[in-house]
Structure formats: structure tokens, C-alpha cells
Design a protein around this ligand. Structure first.
Ligand code: NDP
Length: 500
């Protein structure tokens, strides 16, 4: 299915969509063992799209058994890296060939602007799988520097069965961030998508098998976090859990591991990312563009959302004026409309949570510059206007907690030291941006900010070559993307040989 970004073509493509709604186990779609389903909704209309298999512990157990059988069988885990690479490259090709369909599924279920899904989410998904595929036959193991009487090989082996539990904000991309390195390293995977966005993950499972992945190597179990997610976390035969989502549920995975088989856990959690603007900023127009993008891209439903602009008081008013002028051009609207920059919140309770934060901003004394309310209620969807607060203090709730909505807080400061202090005065440490003309200040502040990624004079999460993950409560024990992600899906083994 191809897709040109014109409304009539998009509507036709939506009408032609077929939804895969069963659990994908052992290479085929099956209903949940209980027969239960749950509705998946279009958050831009409030209407149900489809009923999806509600997997529980029994389905997870079947998926894990299938994954283990595939792993032990070796058809994938012991395949040569070159041949694994070929299959994953074919998988990437099929994702690309079906990009329009995947983009539409994420747009419909996630309320994400179709332009973003077509131009960013799906291309990044394809690139991620390709990047990890391409690394596979270029990695070498090591020989330890022992004496001549021994040979000690330090080799990397796949961990085994990986459970991946992912969120709804970038459905295909988050799946790819886990699948690329996990499958690339030779593991079997049981993937649980978020209950709001199951459809693209189920299609990805099918495409992976079409590409030549042996059945059972990738299983997809849609379902609720409390049921399917917890069952993965507690399963005695899952060797590793890779999670992206809230810090609160991240903590659950550490507990699940401690109370079950000490499975390896890697967490990518929330953020409250600062955008620090010092007194000598480069071009304010460019900073404003970056700041607006950082705050409102993906409706602010982004763990690295730049939700706090910490700006020197001498440039604050000039910058804020430019930010507000640009933010007004970010149209809130139907995610299927190519002109839309800001789609809907993921679901009604989440919209209410975001509106609750806006109310807290008012009551704690922040000054509303624009937005601040639900819009387009007549659609039945869950839209929140692009919102900016000025005169925010870092102790306010809107500056401390992850809102995950289109709400930007502007915090004036008097010095570089104060800016760094406030940037770090958060329980999170995922990402940060920094703007200055002074190369020394750039190095100094980039090192002083405790965050996994610091972008200087731009807003960036890096690319596939750089690790992504957080300090403090933004993450645990690992990173997504890059060769570092690949390594964490492997075990290190020493083979120590006596040489006669
Ligand atoms: P969650 O952390 O609840 O969801 C992430 C994934 O974990 C989903 O697949 C979810 O399933 C699953 N899950 C939920 N509860 C459990 C559990 N008890 N055991 C195992 N798995 C579970 O995020 P929410 O969707 O509730 O969003 C809440 C907040 O989390 C957001 O407002 C935002 O602040 C943050 N968040 C951060 C993300 C990031 O990229 N770091 C992404 C998404 C959210 P189910 O879909 O059924 O809930």
C-alpha cells in the first residue's frame, strides 16, 4: 500500500486497511486462550477501531514456550550472523514496502499526525532494523591477554528469551528499538505492545515471518499491562525484560525480576528535559524553532520532550515572543489531515491528566501565555491546545512532573550556575538541550547536566549510532539504539582453554 499525503488518498487507504487482531504466536494469529478481547480506540474520534485479543498469563506462557523452543532449536540463535543479517534486511524491506499501512495504523490508534508517521516514525523504524542488521557480520569477539599456556576467548551469546514491553507514543519505532538489537543478537522475543496501540506491532510480527524469521522467534501478545505485561515480567523462563514507559511501571519490572528469576531488566522511562538558554544565545529564531519542536512534537507525548525552557532573564522575553509566535502555527487537528502538527492525546484519562497539570499551573501561579484548554471536543476526540506557561518556578508541579502533553514551562534564571542547578533539580535525567555561543560554556554545561543525551545549539536525540537512555529515574541498566543496545542483548562468556 503506497500513500501520498493527500486527504483523498489517505481516506481511501484507511478504508482499505485490514486489522490483525489475534495474538501472534508460533508464526500465526490465534485468539486469546480465554477468548477475551479488548477494544482499541481512535483517540481523535473516540470511536472503537477493532477488538484485539486480550492476552493473559496463559497466552504469555504459550508465547514464551514457543520462543524458548525456537531459541533452543537454534534455527535463528545459531544462524550465522551473515544469514541473520539477510533476514533482518528483508524484514526492513518489507516494513518499507508496507510503510503506508504501518503509518496509518499508528496514526489511527495513536492520534499521531500522519505526516510524522509517514516521514519520521516508519522511516526511523526501517532504518533501525537495517542498522542493527548491518552490524551483525562486522562484530568480533575477543581473546584475553593470557600467557601462552592458555587461550581465553571472551564471546558474546544471545541472552535467550527477551520480553519487550513497549509504550504507545511511538508504536512501530519503540518496537524496532527493541527488536533490532534483540533479534540481531540471536534472541527470541515476546513483544507486548501498549493496549492503545497493538495493531502495527501485530503486523510487524507477520512481516518478520514473511521475511524469513523462523516461527516462534518473534511472538506478539497484545493485552493489558497488569495481565500480559506483568506475566512477562514474572515469567521464570524469560531471560531479559526490555521496557519503555513510565518510571512507576519500570519499578514494577525490577520487582518482578527480584521476585522471579532475576531476569536482566533494562528500563527506558520518563523525563523532564530542560532546554537551557544562556545569556549569549546564537540566533533566537533557530532556538525558538528547536524549542517549539522539542516541546510540542508528538503532542509532547515524548519521553525526551523539552518541557522546561530554562532561560537567562536578559533574553527571556525576546525568546518567548518568538516561541509563542511559532507555537501558534502548530495546528491542532485531525491526525489524518496532512496539515496537522498536533494530534490528539492518546486517551481520555490521559487528556484529563494533562488538563489537570494545566489547572495546577494556574493554581500555583504560573502565567498562561497561550492555550490551556481542551479543543475540538465536538470531534469526540481528546485534543489539548498547545500551551505555554511563563514565570514558572522549578518547584511547581508543572516543572517537576512529566506531563506528557503539549505544555511548555518557561523558567527565567539569573546565571549559568542557576540554570545548571535547575536543569539538574529533577528526579529525571533523560535529555537536555543547551544554547550558547561560548564554546567553553558549551563544554562546561554539557558535562554538568546529568542526562543521557545533551544536545548543543539544537534539539536532538542523536541518531541510530548513538545510545539513548537516561540517568537517575529516567532509566536503568541500559540504552536503546547503537552498538551499546546490541551488546546488552548478549551474555558475555569466557571459554578458557589449556594449551598443551
Ligand atoms: P505505562 O508505563 O503504564 O505503559 C508502558 C507499557 O507497560 C505498556 O505496554 C503497558 O501496558 C505496560 N504496563 C502497564 N502496567 C504494567 C504492569 N503493572 N506490569 C507490566 N507492564 C505494565 O505508561 P502509560 O501508558 O500508563 O503512561 C503513563 C505515563 O508514563 C505517561 O503519562 C508518561 O508520563 C509515561 N510514559 C513514558 C513513556 C516513555 O517513552 N518513556 C512512554 C509512555 C508513557 P498497557 O498498555 O496495558 O498499560
Amino acid at each position: 500500500m503506497s500513500l501520498t499525503l493527500e486527504s483523498s488518498a489517505i481516506q481511501e487507504a484507511v478504508a482499505a486497511l485490514k486489522f490483525r487482531t489475534g495474538a501472534f504466536i508460533e508464526g500465526r494469529f490465534v485468539p486469546a486462550r480465554s477468548g477475551k478481547t479488548f477494544p482499541t480506540e481512535n483517540p481523535a474520534t473516540g470511536k472503537v477501531i477493532a477488538q484485539v485479543a486480550a492476552c493473559d498469563a496463559a497466552d504469555v506462557d504459550a508465547a514464551v514456550r514457543s520462543a524458548r523452543k525456537a531459541f533452543d532449536g537454534g534455527a535463528w540463535s545459531r544462524m550465522s550472523p551473515l544469514n541473520r543479517k539477510k533476514v533482518l534486511l528483508k524484514f526492513a524491506d518489507l516494513l518499507e514496502a508496507n510503510a503506508a499501512e504501518l503509518a496509518l495504523l499508528d496514526c489511527l490508534e495513536g492520534g499521531k499526525p500522519i505526516g510524522d508517521c509517514v516521514n519520521t516514525d516508519v522511516p526511523e523504524t526501517v532504518h533501525c532494523i537495517r542498522w542493527h542488521a548491518e552490524t551483525l557480520d562486522k562484530l568480533y569477539d575477543r581473546i584475553a591477554p593470557t600467557g601462552p599456556e592458555n587461550l581465553a576467548m571472551i564471546i558474546r551469546e544471545p541472552v535467550g528469551v527477551v520480553g519487550a514491553v513497549i509504550p504507545w507514543n511511538f508504536p512501530t519505532q519503540m518496537a524496532a528499538w527493541k527488536l533490532g538489537p534483540a533479534l540481531g543478537a540471536g534472541n527470541s522475543v515476546v513483544l507486548k505492545p501498549a493496549e492503545q496501540t497493538s495493531l502495527s506491532a501485530l503486523r510487524m510480527g507477520e512481516l518478520a515471518v514473511e521475511a524469513g524469521l523462523p516461527p516462534g522467534v518473534l511472538n506478539v501478545v497484545p493485552g493489558l499491562g497488569e495481565m500480559a505485561g506483568q506475566a512477562i515480567g514474572r515469567h521464570m523462563d524469560v531471560d531479559m525484560a526490555a521496557f519503555t514507559g513510565s518510571t512507576e511501571v519500570g519499578r514494577c519490572f525490577l520487582r518482578y525480576s527480584a521476585e522471579s528469576n532475576l531476569k536482566r531488566v533494562i528500563l527506558e522511562c520518563g523525563g523532564k528535559s530542560p532546554q537551557v538558554v544562556l545569556a549569549d544565545p546564537p540566533d533566537l529564531d533557530i532556538i525558538a524553532q528547536n524549542a517549539v519542536n522539542a516541546a510540542f512534537w508528538n503532542m509532547g507525548e515524548n519521553c525526551s520532550c523539552g518541557s522546561r525552557v530554562i532561560v537567562h532573564e536578559s533574553v527571556k522575553d525576546a525568546l518567548l515572543e518568538k516561541i509563542a509566535a511559532l507555537a501558534k502555527t502548530w495546528t491542532v487537528g485531525d491526525p489524518l489531515d496532512p496539515a496537522t502538527r498536533v494530534g490528539s492525546m492518546i486517551e481520555k484519562p490521559h487528556m484529563e491528566k494533562v488538563l489537570g497539570y494545566i489547572a495546577a499551573g494556574h493554581s500555583e501561579g504560573a502565567k498562561l501565555v497561550m492555550g490551556g484548554r481542551q479543543v475540538l471536543a465536538e470531534t469526540g476526540g481528546y485534543f489539548v491546545d498547545v500551551t505555554i506557561f511563563d514565570e514558572v518556578r522549578n518547584g511547581m508541579k508543572i516543572a517537576r512532573e512529566e506531563i506528557f502533553g503539549p505544555v511548555l514551562s518557561v523558567i527565567p534564571v539569573k546565571s549559568e550556575e542557576e540554570a545548571v542547578k535547575l536543569a539538574n533539580e529533577t528526579s529525571y535525567g533523560l535529555a537536555a538541550s543547551l544554547y550558547t555561543r561560548d564554546v567553553n560554556a558549551a563544554h562546561r554545561v554539557a558535562r554538568a547536566i546529568r542526562a543521557g543525551t545533551v544536545s548543543v545549539n539544537c534539539f536532538s536525540e542523536g541518531d541510530m549510532t548513538t545510545p539513548f537512555g537516561g540517568y537517575k529515574e529516567s532509566g536503568f541498566a541500559g540504552r536503546d539504539k547503537s552498538i551499546f543496545a546490541h551488546e546488552q542483548y548478549t551474555e558475555l562468556k569466557t571459554v578458557w582453554m589449556a594449551i598443551g
